[in-house]
Design a protein around this ligand. Structure first.
Ligand SMILES: NC(=O)c1ccc[n+]([C@@H]2O[C@H](COP(=O)([O-])OP(=O)(O)OC[C@H]3O[C@@H](n4cnc5c(N)ncnc54)[C@H](O)[C@@H]3O)[C@@H](O)[C@H]2O)c1
Ligand SMILES: CC(C)(O)[C@@H](O)C(=O)O
Ligand SMILES: [Mg+2]
Ligand SMILES: [Mg+2]
Length: 347
């Protein structure tokens, strides 16, 4: 483990230098890694591991997603199977169904977990909320997680570009005495940049907070609020969208990603810097109570309950699509569509 100072706090992390890909391949040389589910993480993780030289198979029920797996080069009967067969063949079972679907499939997965196999998650959800999910693994299997901190789509894209997302890892059950090493090897295998250690509870709690907060929920909320105020005051959709979203994603966030917030500020006018420095604290103070409410709702398991109840309904995909369409069809995101079509590289 490398000791890194994160803003004054020292943490131990695993880097690719100390745990190179060759070592990961050695650790997992005798394993058949069965990726169960080919939604968002399934393709990213399985394709990265395959390209990294691991012995990977995919288990996916027949349908559109199965066909996508075939199109991605997985071969039926050789590297692509129905879920039951993949569970039988795999020695490391990567449980990459949606968190709600994991509940339904758990009895099948559990039956396949003979001693010596490992159960791998990319989220602490199923285990942490075991009273709600019923996911209680047998004692004689290793149970660990690697949670890439980003979409499986980005995991794959960055890998192809020679870059990587960071991931957390955690061990819940170490039956073999080797679970931690296996977890790290899997983390390197799926293409992680560096790996930081957590536990299942902390992973799910921070993850649910982050995606409901700044990463997805809060960002849409703050975009919508500013866009509405600009529109209500007579600004055109084009002006409001550019001033709310397009400039952020195209110009300013890449600067933040490159070298931090002060670097982005320093590359803007002194007028902008003066205003941003004056206004970030009122925004922090206004939103902090909402973040506290959110964290408490995650901690009390209310968010887990909502997620399980809503996403277990037979028509949950259709309902999600209606809500996504509402976003897509809003004036702000329709304006965005037009703005994107005018980007010079698209014309
Ligand atoms: N989406 C991400 O990028 C992301 C990022 C980090 C962690 N995770 C975690 O990774 C795990 C997988 O998430 P995901 O978003 O890739 O899942 P997903 O919803 O995209 O994938 C669902 C997969 O499960 C299959 N499936 C759904 N219901 C099923 C059922 N009843 N029986 C059999 N198969 C069924 C679908 O065919 C699909 O292949 C989750 O634990 C999630 O929290 C996801
Ligand atoms: C990609 C995210 C938001 O980080 C992940 O946590 C998810 O649930 O999809
Ligand atoms: Mg998540
Ligand atoms: Mg996440």
């Amino acid at each position: 483990m490398a000791t890194i100072n994160f803003g004054g706090v020292e943490e131990q992390v695993v880097t690719r230098e100390e745990f190179p890909l060759e070592k990961a391949r050695e650790v997992l040389a005798n394993e058949t890694i069965a990726v169960i589910g080919y939604g968002v993480q399934g393709p990213g993780q399985s394709l990265n591991m395959r390209d990294n030289g691991f012995n990977v198979i995919v288990g996916q029920r027949k349908g559109k997603t199965y066909d996508k797996a075939v199109a991605d080069g997985w071969v039926p009967g050789e590297t692509l199977f129905e879920i039951g067969e993949a569970l039988e063949k795999g020695t490391i079972i990567c449980f990459l169904l949606s968190d709600a679907a994991q509940i339904e499939l758990w009895p099948t997965v559990k039956a396949a977990l003979v001693p010596g196999k490992s159960l791998y998650f990319s989220h602490g959800f199923g285990i942490t909320y075991k009273e709600k999910t019923g996911i209680v693994p047998p004692a004689d299997v290793d149970v660990f997680l690697v949670a890439p901190k980003g979409s499986g789509t980005s995991l794959r894209r960055l890998f192809v570009e020679g870059k990587g997302l960071n991931s957390s890892f955690a061990v819940y059950q170490d039956a073999s005495g080797n679970a931690r090493t296996k977890a790290i090897a899997m983390g390197i295998g799926v293409g992680s940049g560096y790996l930081f250690e957590t536990d299942f509870y902390k992973e799910v709690t921070s993850d649910l907070t982050g995606e409901r907060g700044t990463l997805m929920g809060a960002i849409q909320g703050i975009f919508a609020a500013q866009y509405d105020v600009l529109r209500a005051n007579g600004h055109s959709p084009s002006e409001a969208f550019n001033e709310t979203v397009e400039e952020l994603t195209q110009s300013l966030m890449p600067l933040v990603a490159e070298n931090g917030m002060d670097w982005m500020y320093a590359n803007c006018s002194t007028t902008a810097q003066r205003g941003a420095l004056d206004w970030w604290k009122p925004f922090r103070d206004a939103s902090k109570p909402v973040f506290e409410q959110l964290y408490n709702s995650v901690k009390s398991q209310e968010q887990a309950e909502i997620s399980i109840t809503r996403n277990s309904q037979p028509d949950y995909r259709e309902k999600l699509e209606v809500e996504l369409a509402e976003l897509r069809e809003s004036e702000m995101w329709q304006a965005g569509k037009a703005v994107r079509s005018l980007r010079p590289e698209r014309s």
